[in-house]
Design a protein around this ligand. Structure first.
Ligand SMILES: Cc1cc2nc3c(=O)[nH]c(=O)nc-3n(C[C@H](O)[C@H](O)[C@H](O)COP(=O)(O)OP(=O)(O)OC[C@H]3O[C@@H](n4cnc5c(N)ncnc54)[C@H](O)[C@@H]3O)c2cc1C
Length: 270
């Protein structure tokens, strides 16, 4: 559904959770963060890092949010059997932050125009809008012998990197490349002192997201010693960097997590 995940640690226990939009905030020229809230979030098991969810939201004209009920992979069959008039949209999003004491969960959307239902939804969402969440687990699984990390993302995976850096231990050593559409998307971030962050922007000129990050990653010095790479975003970035590292730099496959979050020119299903 939209992306591919090389390897993911599935959640031990999960359920369909309902919540609603409590507030929205612009977090960059191309980013909007929706804060979701509601008692249903008491059932959500937050794990930090790049934990991802299926996000369900209403189609235009639907008065209610209908949700599948299965708490296992059978949800997809249920979803596809729903009548098209009641079936909601569903897309993958990262848990940007979770505040258990307030039962609030943030999701940060990279806006890319109205062609994408999720992007259009995020741009227009108002408080009270119902949403559904289904935990999909974690793709950030550092190799145990890695002494440092290389984290590479386009804008769709910037929220995941920021969540990883906020979840990471203080002694993390990492080199980070973050590609965004505009200079106005660059911001101050919270990260351990051994993390070196380099922002790249396309200067609002368009182009396929992830190409700049890929070329930069292939032309910068790699971290020394055994290192773990986590690369996510448009699928050409994820597969391209993995191929380069494994084929040209002899990095073991076990040390690369590559996550195709979306594919240029192809929408999610549903
Ligand atoms: C594990 C995982 C975690 C993710 N976390 C996040 C997250 O936290 N924040 C986030 O913004 N995205 C995230 N994504 C990516 C998001 O799921 C996709 O971008 C999704 O396709 C957006 O849905 P849509 O309805 O807006 O567009 P779609 O209907 O899927 O696509 C419509 C058109 O837009 C293009 N498109 C899709 N996404 C983008 C994009 N980001 N930029 C430019 N063009 C695009 C498609 O190629 C297609 O042509 C994640 C994906 C995965 C698999």
């Amino acid at each position: 559904m939209g992306g591919f995940m090389a390897k993911v640690k599935a959640p031990a226990r999960r359920s369909m959770v309902r919540a609603e939009v409590a507030r929205t905030a612009r977090t960059g020229e191309s980013f909007v963060t929706l804060t979701l809230a509601g008692p249903g979030l008491a059932d959500f098991e937050a794990q930090g890092f790049d934990q991802c969810c299926r996000l369900f939201f209403r189609r235009e004209g639907q008065s209610e949010l209908a949700m599948p009920t299965a708490s296992h992979n059978g949800w997809l069959a249920q979803y596809l059997l729903m009548r098209p008039s009641v079936r909601p949209w569903v897309r993958n999003y990262t848990v940007r932050a979770f505040r258990p004491e307030a039962l609030e969960l943030d999701i940060e959307f990279a806006l890319h125009g109205d062609a994408g239902p999720a992007s259009a939804f995020a741009a227009r969402a108002r408080p009270g809008e119902p949403v559904g969440l289904f935990d999909e687990g974690i793709g950030y699984l550092p190799a145990p012998d890695a002494r440092s990390q290389f984290l590479v993302a386009d804008e769709s995976a910037v929220p995941a990197v920021l969540a990883v850096l906020e979840s990471a231990p203080e002694d993390l050593v990492a080199r980070v490349l973050l590609e965004v559409p505009h200079p106005g998307d660059i911001r101050d971030i919270t990260a351990p002192p051994g993390v070196e962050v380099r922002w790249l922007h396309r200067d609002g000129r368009g182009g396929v997201p992830g190409r700049l990050a890929l070329h930069t990653a292939m032309s910068t010095p790699l971290p020394e010693g055994p290192f773990y790479t986590w690369v996510a975003g448009e699928s050409g970035l994820a597969t391209g960097l993995r191929r380069y590292l494994v084929k040209e730099r002899e990095v073991p496959k076990s040390h690369v997590s590559f996550l195709g979050y979306w594919k240029h020119g192809r929408g999610g299903v549903g």
